[in-house]
Design a protein around this ligand. Structure first.
Ligand code: FNR
Length: 385
């Protein structure tokens, strides 16, 4: 199928599946253990039903808003995803950042990006945020934040839902690692996708050294990226260990991976400007509650003191509208943009963003809403508890 024939995100997913080696597609597509949260996060949207206000002038629709101090044309944006060059070996994060620039949406770049921060910033002169985890080595974090600031990143996203990596069973089954280690199983998957292999062969090698922005302490020197992650993640990190990070960053600060009101309160106490409700796209704790169900509790705890960002399972413009109706200020896209990337590089990500924008604008018109403030919870029938 040609990119311009894709009518929705599901089509882009099928195209990505046909282009990427199985282990790479499954790394994007998969979730933890029985993948209950992964599936439920998408299907749960259907349990929320819509009513609409009729005979309103919807000839002009304004979707603009401000998320964590950043004015933006649309209420959704690209969520941080690691090792993006695996999905598009030639450009990876540069394709994501370029698409964000073309479509004028915020790009949140992963701390495990496979390109240097400065190059990513150059590919997207527009609004951009940088994500990090709570590494053991404070020096790595400090150097990283300094570089991000100098490169023009204005927001920082601290992801806190990964005290340990989730149990994603598709990865070991496929012999998947970052960077990929050659062996027979891997070779057969790669040889089945010659286009991806050709792209990989003519691109600079994906080695731990590509993850240059992790350097600053001893990152990337030993054990590959996974080795770095295992070495730098600590199971003993608590709220007391994160407040210094807020102080080390002068700009918007979001805490990503919140699922409870009490933790939203703590995030605000340490100075977060945005509480990011997320279960990491069902990649961490399986059977976690879908984000749409959690939002009212979080909104009550936040009580207007910070923005609320939500992600997980968004594959339709109407999903974005429903999250906004439940209290989100902004919505992040993980797999929707990655399927686009796998399907067709930067143009594929642009296609994903265009599809969702068209769907979102159409949903607004059908609801009788011309501004985001008109997406009120009254329009939504939540399922009975
Ligand atoms: C992610 N996500 C993620 N989050 C983060 O804070 N740092 C990261 O490096 C990554 N890496 C990553 C890789 C891949 C392949 C995926 C699919 C996801 C989680 C991501 O930001 C977001 O929370 C979820 O993807 C949202 O769910 P959907 O939109 O993918 O259903």
């Amino acid at each position: 199928m040609k990119l311009n024939r894709a009518t929705n995100i599901h089509d882009l997913r099928s195209m990505a599946k046909a282009r990427l080696p199985r282990m790479v597609f499954d790394y994007i597509d998969g979730g933890a253990e029985d993948e209950v949260t992964l599936k439920h996060s998408v299907t749960r949207f259907d349990d929320y039903q819509l009513t609409w206000r009729t005979l309103r002038d919807v000839s002009k629709i304004d979707c603009s808003t401000t998320i964590m101090g950043q004015k933006t044309r649309l209420p959704f944006f690209i969520s941080p995803t690691a090792s993006t060059r695996l999905f598009h070996p030639a450009k990876g994060e540069l394709a994501m950042a370029g698409a964000a620039d073309t479509k004028k949406v915020i790009y949140a770049c992963s701390t495990l990006a496979s390109q240097p921060l400065e190059a990513i910033a150059e590919a997207n002169p527009g609004p951009k945020w940088v994500q990090l985890y709570v590494w053991r080595d404070k020096q790595i974090v400090k150097t990283f934040l300094k570089r991000a600031k100098a490169a023009g990143f204005t927001g920082c996203v601290l992801t806190v839902d990964m005290p340990v990596a989730g149990n994603r069973e598709r990865d070991p089954r496929n012999h998947f690692s970052i960077p990929p280690t050659p062996n027979l199983k891997v070779a057969s998957q790669v040889l089945a996708r010659p286009r991806w292999l050709w792209d990989l062969m003519r691109s600079p090698k994906i080695t731990p050294a590509n993850f240059t922005h992790l350097r600053g302490g001893n990152a990337g020197q030993t054990g590959g990226v996974i080795g770095f992650v295992n070495e730098q993640f600590s199971r003993s990190i608590t709220w007391d260990d994160v407040s210094w990070m807020r102080d080390a960053w002068d700009g918007g600060f979001a805490i990503k991976g919140i699922s409870r009101g009490e933790d939203a309160e703590r995030a605000i106490e340490i100075g977060a400007n945005a509480v990011w409700v997320s279960n990491h796209g069902g990649r961490q704790l399986d059977t976690a509650v879908p984000v749409i169900d959690l939002l009212p509790e979080i909104a009550e705890a936040v009580a207007g003191r910070a923005d609320i960002i939500a992600d997980g399972g968004v594959r339709r413009g109407a999903h974005v509208a429903k999250l906004l109706m439940r209290g989100a200020t902004g919505v992040a896209l993980g797999r929707a943009s990655l399927y686009g990337l796998g399907a067709g590089g930067q143009r594929g990500v642009e296609k994903a963003l265009s599809i969702l924008e068209d769907e979102f604008r159409r949903t607004m018109a059908l609801l009788g809403a011309t501004r985001l403030e008109e997406l009120d919870p009254d329009l939504l029938r939540a399922p009975k508890a």
